[in-house]
Write a protein that binds this ligand. Structure first.
Ligand SMILES: NC(=O)c1ccc[n+]([C@@H]2O[C@H](COP(=O)([O-])OP(=O)(O)OC[C@H]3O[C@@H](n4cnc5c(N)ncnc54)[C@H](OP(=O)(O)O)[C@@H]3O)[C@@H](O)[C@H]2O)c1
Length: 333
């Protein structure tokens, strides 16, 4: 006799690219997940700055579409949804704020204090208050999972924790920002100056109007802090990272490197000795770290398995939602 799938009710806090992607992948995959994993995932609350919608029996696609089109929301706050609507997992996908961690930090604390598991793509709270959040989660016997926050769809945190569980991790080195990788790849291929390629990247939506967090290496540094704390047990913050971005790189430098058999890539590196560094580095063309376009890549140096390299899409609503969905499933498997 088939057992009934376990119902897992979730809220989505922050309904932009990633939050919308999560709703979309659940719509596409709900039946398959019930079949394969014995879980029926229901979205019972959604909140963003337009307002909130809730339904404890599961929000219909119509209701979700209406919120997207600016329909009339409920008379409730985001924090009330997290606290008062019964559910098991809060998905946090509000914008990353590396100065205060807010509003995500308060959302995560509120969820844990009201006995919800947390799955988040938001880097800010993790980069600023990693230890405090983990301690709170342990105290409440809840999980915080955050695979989407580093490398988007590229599995790295769960890969290390689960598949490489018996290994000591010596270092992690990689490209963790797709915008920088796109800019450097185009500059090298077309011998074009930085400003020209940045403008092109902004026009096609790969770079933000204010690209500083990406091109100055801040985004890579924040992801490195998350890896330092979660993989190496450090208590690092952004201030501990030595950071150089890509704004000073010239087509001449890329050409010189190319002629000598190298590419220049923005590399983030963290090791068990406590080194935390983001800088443009020469990467041999045949090195697995030499990936082009917007791809992310990371080489994990281990004491038993040797080097393991993962490559994947670091951004995109469905890609980030892929990591979030896997995190939700892992909480219950
Ligand atoms: N995009 C990606 O590919 C990707 C990949 C990995 C990780 N991430 C991370 O995931 C998070 C979300 O990214 P995104 O691209 O989806 O950003 P986004 O499109 O800007 O969406 C953020 C959403 O959060 C809402 N929001 C802002 N303040 C809020 C508050 N106080 N309460 C409730 N909702 C609030 C925004 O509402 P309004 O629209 O009304 O302002 C918006 O709907 C970020 O932390 C980002 O760094 C993104």
């Amino acid at each position: 006799m088939k057992t009934k799938p376990k119902t897992v009710r979730i809220s989505i806090i922050g309904f932009g690219n990633v939050g919308g992607g999560v709703a979309e992948v659940i719509r596409r995959k709900r039946a398959e997940i019930a079949r394969k994993h014995g879980m029926d995932i229901k979205i019972v609350g959604i909140a963003d700055l337009r307002g909130v919608i809730v339904n404890e029996n599961g929000l219909s696609e119509d209701a979700i579409m209406k919120l997207k089109r600016g329909g009339k929301p409920e008379d409730m706050t985001t924090l009330e949804v997290i606290k008062e609507i019964e559910h098991e997992v809060m998905v946090e996908a509000t914008p990353t704020n590396v100065e205060t961690g807010e509003p995500g930090l308060t959302h995560i604390i509120t969820a844990l204090e009201s006995d919800k598991h947390v799955v988040t793509s938001n880097k800010g709270p993790l980069a600023l208050e990693y230890r405090r959040l983990m301690e709170l989660a342990a105290k409440r016997d809840k999980e915080i999972r955050f695979e989407a926050s580093v490398g988007g769809a590229m599995p790295i945190i769960s890969l290390i924790r689960e598949n490489l569980a018996g290994n000591g991790i010596i270092s992690i080195k990689g490209i963790l920002n797709g915008t920088c990788n796109y800019i450097l790849t185009r500059m090298a291929e077309e011998e074009l100056p930085y400003e020209h390629v940045l403008k092109e990247a902004q026009e096609i939506g790969i770079a933000e109007t204010d690209p500083s967090k990406d091109v100055e290496g801040i985004d890579t540094a924040v992801k490195l802090v998350i890896l330092a704390n979660s993989v190496f047990g450090m208590n690092a913050t952004y201030e501990d990272v030595e950071v150089t971005g890509i704004t000073e790189i010239t087509p001449d430098a890329l050409k010189l490197a190319n002629d000598a058999g190298y590419m220049i890539k923005l590399i983030g590196e963290v090791d068990r000795e406590g080194c935390l560094k983001v800088a443009p580095r020469l990467v041999p063309k045949e090195d697995p770290l030499n990936v082009g376009g917007t791809l992310n890549v990371a080489t994990i140096k281990t004491d038993l398995a040797g080097d393991i390299t993962v490559i994947g899409k670091g951004a995109g609503p469905i890609e980030a939602a892929s990591a979030i969905l896997s995190d939700i499933i892992r909480i219950y498997s």
